[in-house]
Design a protein around this ligand. Structure first.
Ligand SMILES: [Zn+2]
Ligand SMILES: [Zn+2]
Length: 232
């Protein structure tokens, strides 16, 4: 079956994302856009993923818990996990490898933790919008150990991408998927990266950024395990 996806969406936990990126707003917008599968991928944290999953329960929308981890090379990697427990385990590893600095709300923005009613239950005080001490190899390894999948984000962008920062994708990096940004013309780059599966997601920081029903994945059934298997 073909399913419409958007596997890179931020919530109000990301300081750079709009405060309207609440669990209910994200789920409702995704359903309105007739998406089948979304992933919640905040910067270096997954503290809002469970609330989004709860909101989507009982609907046809599948929500994957994930994170967009910034590596020591300042490369963004999208990581997806089979369940919230494993995502939280990765979050602990990420938190252990973040610099011990506080977020400055006035410079970067708030980092809101929300529940499934969209009520604010807290604010993450850590500086999330920064590089961890984890290398790209560490991120791939730890994600795999937690039965997840990771891939470099928005490789066509001029910042925080594996191509902008390294110039190439290392042959010994154990990945099979790469992500391009919303406005990238895949046809133009496909020949350069034919060793990889190329997916396109929105990297939504605003509700209107979320993809329309335009990108599809072909898998046997709509389950997180199937998607991770496909991207691995
Ligand atoms: Zn990014
Ligand atoms: Zn992002």
């Amino acid at each position: 079956m073909k399913y419409a996806y958007d596997l890179h969406i931020h919530t109000a936990l990301s300081p750079c994302a709009d405060e309207d990126m609440t669990p209910n707003n994200i789920v409702n917008m995704s359903i309105l856009k007739e998406l089948d599968i979304i992933a919640i991928t905040d910067h270096n944290s997954c503290e809002n993923a469970e609330a989004v999953m709860k909101v989507a329960k009982g609907t046809d929308l599948l929500v994957i818990p994930g994170m967009e981890i910034e590596t020591s090379e300042e490369i963004h990697m999208v990581c997806l996990f089979p369940n919230i427990d494993f995502a939280n385990k990765m979050q602990n590893i990420v938190y252990d490898n973040l610099p011990k600095l506080k977020n400055d709300k006035n410079i970067f923005g708030k980092q809101l933790i929300l529940d499934d009613k969209d009520d604010i239950v807290g604010e993450n005080e850590k500086l999330l919008l920064t590089a961890t001490k984890l290398s790209i190899y560490d991120v791939v390894k730890y994600t795999k150990e937690l039965k997840g999948v990771s891939f470099p984000a928005h490789i066509d962008r001029k910042s925080y991408s594996i191509i902008s920062n390294l110039g190439w994708i290392p042959k010994d990096l154990d990945i099979h998927t790469i992500e391009v940004s919303k406005y990238c013309n895949i046809d133009k780059i496909i020949s350069k990266y034919n060793d990889f599966m190329i997916i396109k997601s929105s990297d939504a920081h605003y509700l209107t950024d979320i993809l329309e029903r335009e990108q599809f994945i072909e898998i046997k059934s709509k389950s997180i395990e199937e998607i991770i298997k496909y991207l691995s």
